[in-house]
Write a protein that binds this ligand. Structure first.
Ligand SMILES: [Zn+2]
Ligand SMILES: [Zn+2]
Length: 256
């Protein structure tokens, strides 16, 4: 065991020398994004209906006009994707595999949840990753955020995080790579489902549950809408979603 810790120390020393960690905002040592810089990130001052993205609504509720077409009840967006720091944080988190960044990103999500009027959920569900992508990244970025939010959303108790209800049954191209909304929707068709045991029962009962879905970034929201549809079809009463940021479709390269 002792040898192992020496090796660990050497590894840390080498990594720190080759790849020193500095705050993205103020260059302070040994932290990716310090609490002072976190405080300087502006939360969104208003929320919109996640379906039409036209009407400003309380807590990101779906507006009355869009309600018939959406199983999702509301989507809270924490910050602007256009914020330089946010873009960098998300990129480092998702594509450079810096797991520790779930803390500052999770804190932004907690702030927006706690400032909203959405009710405390019975359970938290991260948007699932296909096992193939999970192997590539080594962690599910939504799962880490969900665990962090479950532990910190309420004082004195944890909200259970259920990562084994929704799963991806089909390997799909990353939504990020698809420019057209209609293609994004068809890319997701039959891609997600709920896990059932051999008696055709769910691993966790969803009946009459209020659920908070967690994802890092939404663009069209197609994935979250699809998750909500499946959860409602299996008995959920309310499904709310929260993301760090929503990327505008027209900010993707190319047209459509
Ligand atoms: Zn800083
Ligand atoms: Zn609407």
């Amino acid at each position: 065991m002792k040898n192992l810790s020496i090796l660990e120390n050497i590894k840390t020393f080498v990594l720190d020398t080759l790849f020193p960690i500095n705050c993205l905002g103020c260059a302070r040592d040994n932290i990716w994004f310090c609490s002072d810089c976190q405080k300087n990130i502006e939360l969104l001052s208003f929320q919109k209906c996640p379906v039409c993205e036209n009407r400003i609504t309380e807590s990101g509720l779906v507006c009355p006009k869009c309600r018939p077409s959406s199983r999702l009840d509301a989507l809270l967006v924490s910050v602007k994707y256009r914020d330089d720091y946010i873009r960098k944080l998300i990129h480092l988190y998702k594509y450079k595999f810096i797991e520790d960044l779930h803390v500052p990103l999770g804190n932004l999500m907690l702030k927006i949840i706690l400032s909203s009027k959405i009710p405390l959920p019975d359970m938290i569900i991260p948007v699932p990753l296909h096992p193939r992508r999970l192997r590539w990244r080594g962690f599910n970025q939504s799962q880490l955020l969900a665990d962090y939010i479950g532990k910190n959303i309420a004082a004195g108790f944890e909200i259970p995080v259920c990562e084994n209800i929704l799963f991806r049954k089909k390997y799909t191209s990353p939504q990020m790579k698809i420019k057209k909304y209609s293609q994004r929707l068809s890319n997701l068709e039959d891609a997600l489902d709920v896990k059932k045991n051999d008696k055709n029962h769910l691993s966790n009962d969803l009946k009459n549950k209020t659920i908070l879905l967690i994802d890092d970034v939404a663009t069209t929201g197609a994935t979250i809408f699809e998750c909500a549809k499946i959860l409602k079809a299996n008995g959920a009463k309310k499904v709310f979603g929260v993301v760090v940021a929503r990327q505008e479709i027209n900010s993707l390269n190319g047209s459509g």
